[in-house]
Design a protein around this ligand. Structure first.
Ligand SMILES: C[S@@+](CC[C@H](N)C(=O)[O-])C[C@H]1O[C@@H](n2cnc3c(N)ncnc32)[C@H](O)[C@@H]1O
Length: 296
């Protein structure tokens, strides 16, 4: 998989006693990569950018930013399609969220939230007292809590930070944080499916499907089987004990989600999303998909 950085020291690491395991370092770097994509898009002049995320840089270490600034033109060009894909994905899911807010969702769940900043930058979530549940592994959640307190001196009241490992845990931590069964919800599993073993991703789909408000929606991106093989999983696959991460052939997605009582209302390649925003399709991958499901 294309990587943007080799810097592994999180911005929130304040104590020299903090040492991340190999697995934790990979999770942190992947989340920091997404924050970097948001930061780079935000540096563009207003008329040219898809969105502004003034908070993305809070999660980037100085070393990480220096490394990005020092990238030579060639290295950047080789990796830039991934940065662009990340920006398009963020924008598309932001637009879906805006629509969901208009449709009166009461809660937003972000599995594998990493350094997601929607709770901070989408003011209507706060104004309408929509609860935002950011779910991630305990060390990521604690790092994020530290970083938010450090910079904002508070955790916004509508934001719930939930520690949960989808490979090991059940959903009690989410339920105990105030998640309401049957409440109209939006789930955004962004840049997550390809880091999970299939059973763990399915666990989230199953949880979503049970006792859900009929107008709730589940958004995620995924890569097809061929693209997954081409990207290779690097050390992430080792972290999954040899399991291949989730990937699926787009032609069978409909049938696949139906086993959880869901129907796919959107299943489009990223190139189609790119065309929607820019009128052209320049991304060099055609096996990266955006999907949206609702109750069947
Ligand atoms: C590529 S990052 C995406 C972060 C965020 N969704 C975004 O788009 O900025 C993947 C995230 O999934 C989380 N993750 C990976 N495996 C997980 C697991 N087993 N349980 C919970 N979170 C997991 C990682 O910690 C990381 O924050």
């Amino acid at each position: 998989m294309a990587t943007l950085t080799t810097s592994s020291k999180p911005a929130w690491m304040i104590s020299s006693d903090d040492v991340l395991s190999h697995e934790q370092t990979d999770a942190h770097i992947s989340a920091m990569g997404c924050a970097l994509m948001r930061h780079i898009e935000s540096l563009k002049p207003a008329p040219n950018r898809l969105f502004l995320d003034p908070y993305a840089k809070l999660f980037l270490s100085e070393a990480h930013l220096r490394e990005y600034r020092a990238l030579d033109e060639k290295t950047y060009r080789q990796n830039s399609w991934l940065v662009w894909l990340g920006a398009l994905r963020e924008k598309f899911f932001d637009d879906c969220l805006t629509q969901a807010i208009q449709n009166d969702i009461r809660q937003l769940v972000i599995p594998g939230a990493g350094y997601d900043t929607r709770a901070l930058r989408i003011q209507k979530l706060k104004d309408r007292e929509i609860l935002v549940f950011e779910v991630d592994q305990a060390f990521m959640i604690e790092g994020k809590r530290r970083q938010l307190l450090d910079h904002l001196h508070t955790i916004p009241a509508h934001l719930r930070l939930v520690s949960m490992d989808f490979h090991r845990d059940e959903f009690a931590p989410l339920l105990n944080s105030g998640y309401g069964m049957g409440r109209k919800s939006l789930f955004i599993a962004q840049a997550l499916s390809y880091y999970l073993a299939p059973f763990a991703f399915e666990k989230i789909l199953q949880f979503f499907a049970v006792n859900q408000h009929p107008e709730s929606r589940f958004l995620f991106d995924y890569v097809d089987v061929i693209t997954m093989e081409q990207m290779g999983g690097g050390s992430y696959w080792d972290n999954l004990n040899g399991n291949r991460p989730f990937s699926i052939d787009p032609d069978v997605l409909e049938e696949y989600v139906s086993q959880f009582g869901l129907k796919a209302v959107l299943n489009e390649p990223m190139t189609t999303i790119e065309k929607k925003y820019t009128g052209e399709a320049t991304l060099p991958v055609d096996g990266w998909y955006m999907a949206e499901c609702e109750l069947a």
